[in-house]
Write a protein that binds this ligand. Sequence first.
Ligand code: MG
Length: 178
Amino acid sequence: MPTTNDQPPAVRIGYGFDSHEFRPGIPLKIGGVTLPYDQGLGGHSDGDVLLHALTDALLGAIAAPDIGSLFPPSHQKWKGADSVVFLREALKRVREAGYHVSNVDASLILVAPKIGPYTSAVRTRVAELLGVHSDCVGLKAKTPEGLNLDSAAIAHVVVLLKKSSSEKRKMKKKRRSA
Ligand code: MG
């Protein structure tokens, strides 16, 4: 769409979705935390459904290629990979684009285990990974009522990015010299 304003937006929103299937005998990683449970989430990497959705939300906010394009599941390199690696790459791209994370809101949909007792630990870890206060990480867990999705875990994540102040300074300087 043509626009008369070529300045980068002050805020950008991103959305990510992911789902993984439960498999017995593997660790359950959610938001970078290993939860005690007899099943984990299958996948080429460590199956961390929340970090995958968060990574895609960050990449989407800056219109970067998605997680599957950057880290193809067909590539041996990413077999069993710690999903923190994917998140860090997305954050690096966000910083390079001149933005920082303002806040994140996530919904996890799964039958079990109950996430309530671990919500605080997951929010703290995600906040630490993003470099924000844990008050800036929302996390709700829901059960998939009526969806017949008992063997899957699903994550939806939205993220708000704000233009970094150094970037704002750069833009002002550019305007002044124009
Ligand atoms: Mg995934």
